[in-house]
Structure formats: structure tokens, C-alpha cells
Design a protein around this ligand. Structure first.
Ligand SMILES: Cc1cc2nc3c(=O)[nH]c(=O)nc-3n(C[C@H](O)[C@H](O)[C@H](O)COP(=O)(O)OP(=O)(O)OC[C@H]3O[C@@H](n4cnc5c(N)ncnc54)[C@H](O)[C@@H]3O)c2cc1C
Length: 496
């Protein structure tokens, strides 16, 4: 059977493209290598704890806000089981042992921060004005028509966040606190563009929500909607080869056997992985070498704590804790000085509002730390890898204990993941946190467009635009606009 559109990868981006195009009457086939759809939206259950692997909170979900508008179009509105986070402190940065609350709403954010930094009114207004200016510049953030040719926001890709923060205030503590959200984009001082943290902070300052019982709700609803629209979803269908004919893709091979033909192909997988699979792709050598040479964001070590029943009270905030005075240094740890910080998320569950059964702590882990096991696969990495993870887990837990005394005793059991886990589940080359590292000094090099020089191949997902639910959603719209037209799609979304 030949499909109108074949989508490779069932992460958020692939599912959203599948939904848009199947809703528009295209005969869509989505191919996902894992048994569970969703990519980073995957959840897993241990004991009575449900753990999110890559989606801990989402922003701008209040009525009339951008994600809410998008989600209404995707048939997700009103169907997700969400919990609004604490409006006074949805995020808390702990720096030099002092906690700084990030509040929802621009005015409340300023007021709260003025409580800590009474002389920094001008700096805080400058910061929030920039948040507004940048979000206003992104057409799709405001559901305006957009093409890559009318993009005022590109200017903000060529300024560094560090440079901007330095120009905003001389107060070193305020600088560190504002940069304390850098784990949300695995920020690098010399590289991270202003655009990235601003779009992310902007989406959360509007409103922040957690998933009750896990974020895989999104992939479950989207996949159901795609099937109802007549689309086909194949799980355990790993694309292993591309078949080309006259400069175009004719078909893909799944699991080295079955052939799936299509007119148009959308890749939701990491571009480097795509190039590896499509080794003989008729793409320009310069394009291939540019993609291959783009740097990746640092990976993560994650500790999943399954808590004893009714032992640890649910906290409706995320923590960004630093064990160094230099927030940018957190990923430049030495073996002895690891971890230099962590972020903590507490999962709400439908069965128990007062206590949490799942706590997730993420800290940086570089690819080089797990290189000794790079030729292994899930569950078959050997005893030395298990011991490596145990030592890391105990070390991280002992650091967390200093901030949350008693947490170890309240923990029933724990589970861990490393960059290798992400490499093998998601298919990114080095199991990075958020895919490609954006570099403001050479923005075009680290930007990958949806269109490729293969006329029937489009790209989508976090590596093409910005990571996170907003970045990936905007990219899905950009990618599908290449097929059905921006004006048409946006007007449909506006009316949804
Ligand atoms: C630890 C962590 C925490 C995060 N927290 C948040 C958060 O709180 N809020 C937020 O908004 N964002 C968060 N993110 C980012 C967010 O999860 C991602 O940006 C987003 O989910 C990426 O979606 P995607 O569609 O680009 O790709 P992915 O999720 O990477 O999906 C790619 C899919 O392609 C499949 N695939 C790969 N190769 C093949 C193949 N050969 N054949 C078939 N299928 C294939 C994979 O199995 C996967 O399902 C977090 C990420 C991480 C890692």
C-alpha cells in the first residue's frame, strides 16, 4: 500500500504532524520504533509510581493562551488531566542555599523578585519587556501566519542570553538567579541564544501545569485521534533504510524487511540519525557535513524515586538547585565535583493529592561518562554499568538529602537513566537532553529547516526548531504548512 505521507518517528512532533495531515484528509502512516509512542513523552510505571521521562511541565495552558489554542485544534483541550502549579512559585531556583521563587504573571514575577532584589526594578522590567518583545516577534506563538522568510525573531538567535543578562543588571546574584533556569535548555554560556530561554520562560510565566498520572496522555489522545481520522500507526516499526528513486524517496524499509511506500516523508527523528539511516541520500555533501558537525546539548542522569506510601508531601513547584556559585559551570563538573546541581520534579497522582509517589531528579551527565558502554543495548550493559549507575544514584541522592532532609528514608526504591538510555529509546546520537545545541555566534549553522533538498522529505521535531512542547508544536505547524499552506492551517487553528 502507498501512503500520501509517511512519518518516521512517533514523538510529539511526528504525532502532531500525523494529526494535522490526517485531519486534512491525507492518508498518513506513522512509524515508531518503540512499542510506546511519544518519544520523550513516554512514561513508565514502577510499584505504584508513574514516571515521566521527558515532559515534566507545560506552559501557557490557561484559556486563551498559546498552547491551549494549539491543543484545542489537536483535540487535546479538556481531555488532559492537568494540575496547575503554584502561581507564587511554580519554579524555585536555589542558589547559594537561598530559595528564589518564580511566580506566574509578569507583574507578580517582578513583585516577587523585588522582594529579594529591591534595587533591581529597572533590570526586572527590562527582562520582562524582552520576554514580551521576543514572544510578540514569533508569528506562530501568536497564531499569525508565518514562513521562514518573515521572521523578526531570528534577530534574537544572534544575541547571547549571558550577554543580555549582563547588560540588564550588575547584581551578580540576580544574574545567577535569572540564569538558574538554564537546565531547561542545557545552556552554555558562550553559545546559548537569547531566544531560547526567553521563549521557554515566557511560556511558563503565562501559566505552568503538570500532568496528573503522566504526560503520555498526550500521545495516547493524539494517536487515537489520528486513527479516528483514518491514519495508520505502526509501533515496533523501526525505519532501517531509505529507498530512493530519481532523487526522491520512494519508500522506507522497516525492521530490515517490510517496505512502506509514500509520496511525502516527514522525519521526526534526529537529523544525524536520519543521515545515518539514509546513508546514500541525494543530499548536498555540504549539508550532510554541516548536520554531522552540529554540537549536541549535554545529556542527563535521571534519578526516579518511588516514594513510600503517604511519606513525602507533594510539592507543587519545581526546584533548580545549584551546588556551585557559577550557574553556567554546572555541566562542566569534574568527576569529584559531580553533581553541581539538579532539577527536581514532583509528580501529582489522581489517587493521592497530599502525597507524591514519584519524584524525578535530573542532573547533567556528559556523553563521555558513558562511552565505555556505548556498544551495549538496554538491559544488556553489564554489571559494571549497573555499579556505575548505583554509585551515581547514591551520590546524587546524598546531595538531594541536604536540601530535602529525610527524603532517602522516605524512598521505597529508585531507578536511573543515563544518556545511553535516551540514545537507545529516542534514537538521538549521544542521548542529549534537548537535541541540537543552538549557537548564537553562528545561528544559521545550528538551525535546520523543515525543507530539505530532497523534494519529498520534510523534517520536524525539537532539532528543527526549539525543544519542548511549544517549540515542537510550532515546528509541526511549520512542517505541515509546507504541504497544506500556512495561511490555510493557521486559519483552521484559529477557528478551532
Ligand atoms: C529529561 C527531559 C526533560 C524534559 N522536560 C520537559 C518539560 O518539562 N517540558 C517540555 O516542554 N519539554 C521537556 N523536555 C523536552 C521535550 O520532551 C522534547 O523537546 C520533545 O518531547 C521532543 O519531541 P520530538 O517530537 O522532537 O522528538 P522525540 O521525543 O525525540 O521523538 C522521536 C521519536 O522518533 C522515534 N524514532 C527514532 N528513530 C526511529 C527510527 N529509525 N524509526 C522509527 N522511529 C524512530 C523515537 O523512538 C521517538 O519516539 C524534556 C526533555 C528531556 C530529555
Amino acid at each position: 500500500m502507498k501512503y500520501d505521507v509517511v512519518i518516521i518517528g512517533g514523538g510529539l512532533g511526528g504525532l502532531q504532524c500525523g494529526y494535522i495531515l490526517s485531519r486534512e484528509g491525507y492518508n498518513v502512516c506513522l512509524l515508531e520504533k518503540n512499542s510506546q509512542l511519544g518519544g520523550c513523552l513516554q512514561t513508565f510505571r514502577r510499584n505504584n509510581s508513574i514516571f515521566d521521562t521527558g515532559m515534566h511541565y507545560i506552559g501557557s495552558m490557561d484559556e486563551g493562551q498559546v498552547l491551549n489554542n494549539f491543543f484545542r485544534y489537536f483535540g487535546l483541550s479538556g481531555k488532559l488531566n492537568l494540575k496547575k502549579m503554584d502561581e507564587n512559585c511554580y519554579d524555585i531556583v536555589k542558589y547559594k542555599d537561598k530559595e528564589y521563587n518564580f511566580a506566574m504573571g509578569h507583574e507578580r514575577f517582578i513583585e516577587t523578585m523585588l522582594g529579594y532584589f529591591p534595587n533591581e526594578k529597572e533590570a526586572l522590567y527590562k527582562y520582562t519587556s524582552k520576554l514580551k518583545e521576543i514572544t510578540e516577534s514569533v508569528d506562530l506563538f501568536n497564531l499569525r501566519e508565518s514562513t521562514y522568510h518573515q521572521t523578526g525573531y531570528l534577530d534574537f538567535f544572534s544575541i547571547g542570553i549571558d550577554e543580555f543578562i549582563n547588560s540588564t543588571t550588575k547584581d551578580e546574584t540576580l544574574k545567577s538567579v535569572l540564569l538558574g533556569l538554564s537546565p531547561l535548555y542545557a545552556g552554555v554560556k558562550e553559545k546559548s541564544p537569547l531566544y531560547l530561554p526567553m521563549i521557554i520562560h515566557s511560556s511558563f510565566i503565562n501559566s505552568a501545569y503538570r500532568f496528573i498520572d503522566g504526560g503520555s496522555q498526550i500521545s495516547e489522545i493524539l494517536s487515537k485521534n489520528i486513527t479516528e481520522n483514518g491514519g495508520t500507526i505502526m509501533r515496533k516499526a523501526e525505519v532501517t533504510q531509505f529507498i530512493f528513486d530519481s532523487g526522491k524517496i520512494k519508500a522506507v524499509k522497516i525492521n530490515n524487511s517490510e517496505i512502506i511506500e509514500g509520496d511525502t516523508f516527514i522525519s521526526n527523528i534526529h537529523p544525524k540519525t536520519l543521515l545515518k539511516i539514509a546513508g546514500n541520500a541525494p543530499l548536498r555533501p555540504a549539508y550532510k557535513s554541516r548536520i554531522d558537525s552540529i554540537e549536541e546539548t549535554t545529556g542527563a542522569f535521571t534519578l526516579y524515586l518511588s516514594m513510600k506510601k503517604d511519606a513525602f508531601e507533594y510539592i507543587n513547584s519545581n526546584y533548580y538547585v545549584f551546588k556551585t556559585d557559577k550557574v553556567w559551570e554546572a555541566q562542566n563538573y569534574s568527576r569529584e565535583k559531580w553533581p553541581m546541581g539538579y532539577m527536581m520534579h514532583f509528580s501529582p497522582s489522581s489517587g493521592n493529592e497530599k502525597y507524591t509517589s514519584s519524584i524525578i531528579a535530573n542532573t547533567y551527565m556528559r556523553w563521555e561518562d558513558v562511552v565505555p558502554w556505548k556498544n551495549t543495548t538496554v538491559e544488556k550493559r553489564g554489571d559494571d554499568y549497573r555499579e556505575f549507575k548505583r554509585v551515581k544514584a547514591e551520590k546524587l541522592l546524598s546531595v538531594i538529602e541536604t536540601d530535602f532532609p529525610g527524603i532517602t528514608a522516605k524512598t521505597e526504591s529508585y531507578y536511573t537513566s543515563t544518556p545511553l538510555t535516551y540514545r537507545d529509546y529516542i534514537g538521538s546520537p549521544t542521548g542529549s537532553f534537548y537535541g541540537i545545541l543552538k549557537d548564537y555566534r553562528d545561528p544559521l549553522r545550528s538551525m535546520v529547516m523543515p525543507r530539505t533538498t530532497i523534494p519529498n522529505l520534510l523534517l520536524t521535531g525539537q532539532n528543527i526548531n526549539v525543544h519542548g512542547v511549544i517549540g515542537v508544536t510550532i515546528c509541526s505547524v511549520l512542517t505541515c504548512s509546507e504541504i497544506i499552506g500556512t495561511q490555510y492551517l493557521i486559519s483552521k487553528m484559529r477557528k478551532a
